[in-house]
Design a binder for this molecule. Structure first.
Ligand code: SF4
Length: 216
């Protein structure tokens, strides 16, 4: 626990997550819930800079479930083309918009169960919406949030889902809101997947580097 507190304090200083990831910049209030959900779906397997551009392009044309459903598949595919997997994402965006209108009266649900009941929304996306839009104490865990705590020897887990469960036990609640933003930035810039920059790492002296075979 002491090690976790030290590391979180150092990383919080190093990474101004609120300004630097697209989704964190949208973190404001419930009004943004639909946009946060759509941006999160667009961000899957896409670069952050790109997600911001594509999201903005889409929201200039369609920023509600009704407006998204009014777009033809062809038009929507064209708008979101550069985020990759554009055909699949078009299907997901349309289905999610339809479900929100039909089952939830156009309002984004505020529980994990309801969000997960919509096909196309997985645990990470659900937690991003709950945390970023509704300010709930949940931990959105993506690949960076899974890989780095394992390297730091905070836990030993094989999947992001297991990591989420273990992190909820060991990470002090005061860090839950910032955790995702900080670890995403940390994972993209320093603790990268294949060969992390341990020589530049601000928490190197606290890290056990579990499973790290190659570093710079
Ligand atoms: S020392 Fe290396 S492996 Fe450990 S957190 Fe830093 S970059 Fe990642």
């Amino acid at each position: 626990m002491e090690n976790i507190n030290k590391i979180m304090k150092i990383l919080s200083k190093h990474f101004n997550y609120q300004k630097r990831t697209t989704l964190n910049r949208m973190r404001k209030n419930k009004e943004n819930a639909f946009k946060i959900l759509i941006s999160c779906l667009l961000s899957l397997r896409a670069r952050d800079e790109n997600t911001e551009k594509v999201s903005q392009k889409l929201f200039d044309i369609a920023d509600t479930p009704e407006k998204i459903l009014k777009l033809s598949d062809k038009k929507l595919e064209k708008i979101i083309y550069s985020s990759g997997h554009y055909r699949k994402k078009t299907r997901v965006l349309k289905h999610v918009s339809k479900e929100i209108l039909k089952r939830f009266n156009g309002k984004i649900p505020e529980t994990r169960e309801e969000l997960l009941s919509i096909k196309g929304i997985g645990p990470k996306t659900a937690n991003i919406v709950l945390n970023f839009a509704f300010n709930q104490d949940v931990l959105p865990v993506d690949t960076h949030c899974h890989r780095i705590p394992n390297r730091l020897d905070w836990l030993k887990t094989k999947t992001p889902e297991k990591t989420e469960i273990e992190l909820m036990k060991i990470l002090p609640k005061k860090y839950w809101k910032e955790f995702n933003g900080i670890f995403v930035l940390f994972g993209r810039t320093i603790c990268q997947p294949v060969s992390p920059w341990c020589s530049k790492c601000p928490v190197e002296k606290y890290c056990k580097r579990i499973g790290v075979k190659r570093s710079r």
